[in-house]
Design a protein around this ligand. Structure first.
Ligand code: NAD
Length: 259
């Protein structure tokens, strides 16, 4: 299926590795010009080179911390008028909420709620003016199925989800859609980090935690970044203009509810 995205421009945040990289590659495969942002310059440059070589599209890397105002300014200077915005940043640390300070909460809210809000604020009016826009926020399955040790993530992402639910309806008449993608367990560095944290907290081995995690996934495996990216690209496509304000779980069937 031609997704109708050839020649469009996307700003994809936190895209040197993992789920952001999966989204960047899937959009590149559709002929989308990319600006990709991530913190570590060498890794990001390498990602840009690989994506260019594989898909033959323009890829501009911007090394920055997207959760900082200066970082966002750099990314937006390179891509002031994206047709597609994919917001993403590293997830907050896991732990017992009794040990989280106010500074920890502010960092989590900045990274996983206020950064997407600021990026949307900077780009949405241009999308409205052009009559086309696609905004995808990478959130978490924890929005529907909160995980105890991820209190910072549960809280911050719930805030973003509420905000987006209202805004999506407001901009829908202008051809702009906003949807959230909720990853379950994907085989990325972030999952390895959380698995290690859980193993330490439970005094178990990493492979024991992995076996428990897999037992809770009907698909019997972790997700792949490419699968995640494909869902992102479809929601950004010309065919998805009537899908907005949604929270799409991609979790191999792990969430047990009907809706
Ligand atoms: P990852 O650790 O594999 O990759 C994170 C990417 O983000 C890297 O490219 C890194 O350079 C970049 N990054 C991190 N912080 C940044 C910042 N401040 N500014 C710019 N770039 C930054 O992580 P992932 O698995 O791809 O996860 C992406 C998001 O999805 C995270 O918020 C994570 O919490 C969430 N999530 C992941 C899973 C999973 O199973 N992988 C599950 C639920 C939620």
């Amino acid at each position: 299926m031609d997704l109708g995205l050839r020649g469009k421009t996307a700003l994809v945040c936190a895209a040197s590795r993992g789920l952001g990289r999966g989204c960047a590659e899937a959009l590149a495969a559709e002929g989308v010009k990319l600006v990709i942002a991530a913190r570590r310059e060498a890794l990001l440059e390498e990602a840009a080179r690989e994506i260019r070589a594989r898909f033959g599209v323009e890829v501009i890397p911007v090394a920055c911390d997207i959760t900082a105002a200066e970082g966002r300014a750099l990314a937006l200077a390179a891509c002031p008028q994206p047709d597609i915005l994919v917001t993403n940043a590293g997830g907050p640390p896991a732990g017992d909420f009794r040990n989280f300070s106010q500074a920890d909460w502010h960092r989590a809210l900045d990274a996983n709620m206020l950064t997407p809000v600021e990026l949307i604020k900077a780009t949405i009016d241009g999308m409205i003016g052009r009559g086309f826009g696609r905004i995808i926020n990478i959130t978490s399955a924890a929005v529907k199925m909160p995980i105890g040790i991820l209190g910072l993530s549960n809280g911050a992402r719930a805030g973003l989800t509420g905000f987006v639910a209202g805004l999506a309806r407001e901009v829908a008449p202008h051809g702009v859609t906003i949807n959230n993608l909720l990853p379950g367990m994907f085989d990325t560095d972030r999952l390895a980090f959380l698995t290690q944290a859980q193993a330490t907290a439970a005094s178990l081995r990493v492979d024991e935690i992995t076996a428990r995690q897999l037992a809770g996934i009907p698909a019997g495996r972790f997700g792949r970044a490419g699968e995640f990216g494909a869902a992102c690209a479809f929601l950004c496509s010309a065919h998805a203009g009537y899908i907005t304000g949604q929270n799409l779980l991609i979790d191999g069937g792990a969430y047990p509810g009907v809706f």
